[in-house]
Design a protein. Structure first.
Length: 323
């Protein structure tokens, strides 16, 4: 049985009310749809909600699916309109500063790795990191929902302008205009350097030294790893700590009262970047999940640290809440 025949058989069964057939039909596209939702919404948990709503709408509207278009395109259409409705429903007006994106959350690299070459998402084939980097995702939150959709569909997924116009019920001229405005806004907002090659020896060395210096509470060594203009941000708080000295001062006084040696770091990856999960000692003697720090490197220096003080993210990364 060919893949096309199998899809047609599953589609026919699903249209007949077979929920198992429906799940098999959409299963190959779930990872890419989830990532698409994340790019639109900037939040892992919001992307989860959007995906579930998409699947419900797809199940209810399967009879209206016209097989002339690939199933994945139809699913992307539903996902995009679902995300746009969520943005409007939650009254998330475009913000003027990425610090105001309180809903911003990291995305586990392990999920990016599960996107196979068969997925429609070119970022899964070419370079997933660039279009899921925190700087890009945060910059997307500066855009109105329609501009986000246009930028992602045109620049990331490579959809033709006419196809995007049909989805958004607008003209090709309007799509091209929205794309130009979106490009200008995001280009200005993305100040973080391009990440080094994932898993490079230099990256591993910098991260290992960061973890060692942290565990040893070696503040001079931590300072030496930071760029002079390093920035620390901590969504959902609209706080920016700028400059090497200020960041080191924060580390020396705030986390666990400056007792960095009490906080255990575990190396992970998020948004195509190195990251660490932090565990803080609890009252029972065990270490409890505290937060995640994503590190943006510029050569052999750390240019930006984005901290997410949210233990609820640990299961997303496959991490235990206690160690």
């Amino acid at each position: 049985m060919t893949a096309q025949t199998s899809t047609e058989t599953l589609l026919e069964a699903a249209r007949g009310g077979d929920e198992i057939a429906f799940r098999e039909l959409v299963a190959p596209h779930l990872r890419a749809l989830h990532l698409h939702s994340y790019r639109m919404l900037g939040s892992y948990h919001d992307a989860e909600e959007a995906l579930q709503e998409t699947l419900l709408r797809a199940w209810q509207g399967l009879a209206r699916y016209e097989t002339r278009a690939p199933l994945r395109h139809w699913l992307y259409r539903i996902t995009t309109t679902t995300c746009l409705k969520m943005i409007n429903r939650r009254a998330r007006d475009p913000i003027t500063n990425t610090l105001d994106a309180a809903w911003l959350q990291p995305y586990p690299d392990v999920l990016l790795d599960r996107l196979g070459d068969a997925d429609a998402d070119p970022a899964a084939i070419v370079d997933r990191r660039e279009t899921v980097a925190l700087a890009f995702i945060a910059a997307m939150q500066l855009l109105p929902g329609t501009q986000r959709a246009v930028l992602i569909l045109r620049e990331v997924l490579g959809w033709p302008a006419q196809q995007v116009a049909d989805l958004l019920d607008t003209s090709v001229a309007a799509v091209n205009s929205a794309l130009q405005r979106a490009r200008a806004t995001t280009a200005q907002a993305q100040g973080a350097p391009a990440p080094p090659r994932a898993g490079s020896e230099r990256e591993r060395r910098v991260v290992a030294e960061f973890v060692r210096a942290w565990h040893d509470r070696d503040l001079p060594a931590l300072a030496a790893l930071l760029r002079d203009d390093a920035i620390l941000t901590m969504p959902p708080q609209a706080i920016e700590i700028a400059g090497r000295d200020a960041v080191v001062e924060f580390f020396a006084t705030v986390p666990a009262g400056g007792r960095l040696d009490l906080i255990r770091l575990v190396e992970i990856r998020a948004n195509g970047l190195p990251a660490v999960a932090a565990y803080l000692p609890g009252e029972q003697g065990d270490c409890r999940g505290y937060g995640i720090m994503v590190l943006a490197l510029d050569g052999d220096r750390i240019a930006a640290i984005t901290g997410f003080p949210d233990a609820g993210l640990f299961p997303v990364f496959g991490l235990p809440l206690a160690r």
